[in-house]
Design a binder for this molecule. Structure first.
Ligand code: OGA
Ligand code: NI
Length: 688
């Protein structure tokens, strides 16, 4: 358990070292130090001002928005509909917190300085590396939407109306953000709800920033140059100037206007418009005379939302120095490590792109929409590093509380000698990503009773390798699985289809099948490519957005698919499914005692026997292959094995390079298995 330490606050340094010099960590390298802008007052150096009054000509308004978004990525709005008194109120309660509360009282609200972007009072939004230059700023960050993230009890209690003001402000900002996103959408010729729909559930944070006066403003920055990561930021400031926006490679000071609200486009807007509208690069400078206060309200998508361009690029985005060009592959890692500072990758070829904003490796990472019947609903994703974070009914399985969970494993080589990294569990109301790296053996072992229990059905797509990894790495005998790959084949057969050897449905294929899901699942491909480039992909910590998204997507559909499959299957198919699932789980897990310590295979249900419709008993047989002869048994491109499969209606598996060497596994009805064994043995005799 990491000890959380009180953050170092600029305000306490500023008070202690008044009229002297700033500590070394706050001194910017010469190229970043603020120099006076050349053209302060020229008109082309003023942030555009847009009047949102209801009686305005909508074409004109759209044109103004389009121009401001293209040229600046930022603009002021007036007649925005937010009560001016509310703008004053929030600045007032904010400044009361920073200027009237004693430090000891303020520190009661300190954010967790070990965790990036945690809510509360702090000074470093990012967990910066030790050599990073620090910002001359303190802040209070509030998580305001979705309401499930909102914990007003953690917000300041004085002045007494503080929380009430923040709540009202949050509501008003959300309304304004929606209005502006609508205008931005229509200014592009898109339906007005376009960006809001793409955003999905709106995540809103309100950050009140306090910039103490600084003895050496020429050496420091209140906030380093960055673009915001979400869709739009709505910002107000007091009457002290300090915010600057970048325009044509020059810094332009944003005039403090007490009734106007500054709209700043974030990276997601740049992505969705494919670079037509740009996210605005901005920073805050400090001054020696007066503290400065601002309130920034960020509107972001959920972390698992993928935001893609609404249209193909029709112009290339210049690769200016402020933006690095990243390969799309790694951008999410960039983002997660940088929070709002992350400079954005640029997608020049119109291919892939990006996704959500913000970060924070908290256990309540984010939520995801869960497909279910009827209607979709949204559930949280928990990252589990300690067993206590898992539901008790899972940890202690009982016949009174039977459960069905979606299940999957990720790792470096999911086999005997690999490393299991994440185990995903999908419950109807939450997704748990069990972190086998951080939580270690203790955590995985805490899941053993559940994974071995017959009271908990594990719905999984292809259980063989996961089972092997669990067995050899943790001595867990995965039991009572509902393998959707096997179920698919059985349903096909039940519905009169003929079985083709080796014709297993992939997970992507299953999702694409309209009878089960009917969606195309592109992400998986992206992760496959990454895994090929770096087999350690699943080992890195903290888990990146991409990892969380990919891990979640592998399980979140399973319960819905399960529900659709179960109703299609007759009793006989269900029995086959149970037996084959059990045999597949054992298949690469060879033991010396012929699986004596494994849970027994399911019995044939009475009803099937009496119906005179008894299914044939199925078995697993392990055939030893003389060392070095496996290649011959398999034949060129697997031709020999395929020939065996064709002549005896049994499943045949080999462990491959990472699995059990010199063994062939045969699963099927007893007679067929014996036949396959005989053919295989015959082949081997021929070889010698
Ligand atoms: C921010 C930001 C500017 C300011 O918090 O992302 O850009 O003036 N703030 O406080
Ligand atoms: Ni910003």
């Amino acid at each position: 358990m990491e000890v959380s330490v009180a953050p170092i606050l600029v305000q306490s340094i500023a008070q202690k070292d008044a009229k002297s010099v700033v500590p070394q960590q706050y001194i910017q390298p010469p190229e970043h130090r603020p120099i006076k802008p050349a053209n302060e007052t020229a008109n082309d150096h003023k942030i555009p001002m847009i009047d949102l009054a209801g009686d305005r000509n909508s074409n004109l308004l759209r044109d103004e928005i389009a121009r401001a978004c293209t040229d600046w990525g930022a603009f002021h709005v007036i007649n925005h509909g937010v009560p001016i008194v509310l703008l004053d109120e929030i600045k007032k309660v904010g400044s009361f917190f920073f200027e009237n509360l004693p430090m000891a009282e303020r520190l009661r609200y300190a954010c967790d300085s070990n965790s990036p972007a945690s809510e509360g009072y702090g000074s470093r939004m990012l967990v910066a590396t030790d050599d990073a230059v620090l910002d001359w700023r303190d802040y209070f960050d509030h998580h305001t939407f979705p309401v499930s993230r909102r914990l007003p009890s953690r917000w300041p209690h004085s002045p007494s109306n503080y929380r009430e003001v923040v709540e009202e402000y949050s509501k008003q900002m959300k309304l304004l953000a929606q209005k502006i996103l609508g205008l931005i959408s229509t200014s592009l010729g898109l339906p007005s709800s376009f960006i809001e729909d793409a955003m999905g559930e709106l995540f809103q944070n309100i950050t009140i920033s306090y910039y103490p006066s600084c003895p050496q403003p020429e050496l420091t920055l209140g906030l380093q140059s960055h673009s915001d990561m979400g869709f739009i930021t709505l910002l107000i400031q007091d009457n002290v100037a300090g915010l600057q926006a970048s325009k044509d490679d020059e810094w332009v000071t944003v005039e403090p206007l007490s009734h106007a609200i500054l709209v700043i486009l974030g990276d997601q807007t740049e992505i969705i418009t494919n670079g037509m509208y740009k996210s605005c690069q901005h920073r805050a400078i400090t001054n020696a005379n007066k503290p400065r206060l601002s309130v920034a309200t960020f509107h972001d998508p959920a972390k698992t939302t993928t935001v893609t361009p609404a249209f193909k690029p029709h112009r290339l985005i210049p690769n200016s120095s402020a933006r690095r060009q990243l390969t799309p592959m790694f951008w999410s890692e960039e983002v997660i490590n940088k929070d709002r500072r992350g400079s954005l990758f640029v997608c020049l070829d119109g291919s892939i792109i990006a996704m959500a904003s913000s970060l924070s490796p908290s256990d309540h990472l984010t939520s995801v929409s869960l497909p279910s019947d009827p209607g979709d609903h949204v559930v949280p994703i928990h990252i589990v590093t300690n067993a206590s974070q898992l539901p008790p009914e899972f940890l202690k399985p009982s016949p009174d509380k039977k459960l069905v969970v979606g299940f999957d494993c990720e790792g470096v080589d999911l086999c005997r000698n690999g490393t299991l990294c994440v185990m995903q569990l999908a419950f109807p109301d939450a997704i748990y990503l069990v972190d086998a790296i951080e939580g270690g053996k203790t955590l995985v072992e805490a899941c053993k009773p559940a994974l071995e229990s017959s009271y908990i059905t594990k719905v999984i797509h292809d259980c063989k390798r996961d089972s092997e990894a669990l067995y050899f790495q943790f001595n867990i005998k995965l039991n009572n699985v509902f393998d959707t790959q096997i179920a698919y084949t059985l349903i096909e057969e039940q519905e009169g289809g003929t079985k083709v050897p080796d014709d297993y449905i992939s997970f992507v294929g299953l999702l694409a099948d309209p009878r089960y899901y009917g969606i195309s699942y592109v992400e998986k491909q992206e992760v496959r490519v990454l895994l090929r480039q770096d087999p350690n992909f699943w080992k890195y910590r903290p888990l990146s957005e991409l990892m969380v998204r990919a891990a979640t997507d592998d399980v979140r559909f399973l319960l819905c698919i399960y529900n659709k499959m179960v109703v299609k299957m007759n009793e006989k198919s269900l029995w086959y499914l149970a037996v084959r699932g059990a045999l597949y789980c054992r298949c690469f897990c060879i033991t010396d005692n012929d699986y004596a310590d494994w849970p027994p295979l399911p019995l044939i249900p009475e009803t099937l026997v009496t119906d005179n419709n008894a299914p044939e008993e199925e078995v697993l047989s392990v055939v030893d292959v003389p060392p070095g002869k496996m290649g011959v048994v398999i034949g060129r491109k697997g031709a020999s094995i395929l020939a065996v499969k064709e002549s005896c209606n049994a499943e045949i598996f080999i462990g491959g390079d990472k699995g059990p060497p010199d063994k062939v596994f045969v699963i099927g009805p007893v007679k067929q298995v014996r036949k396959a064994e005989a053919i295989l043995r015959g082949r081997m005799l021929e070889i010698f």
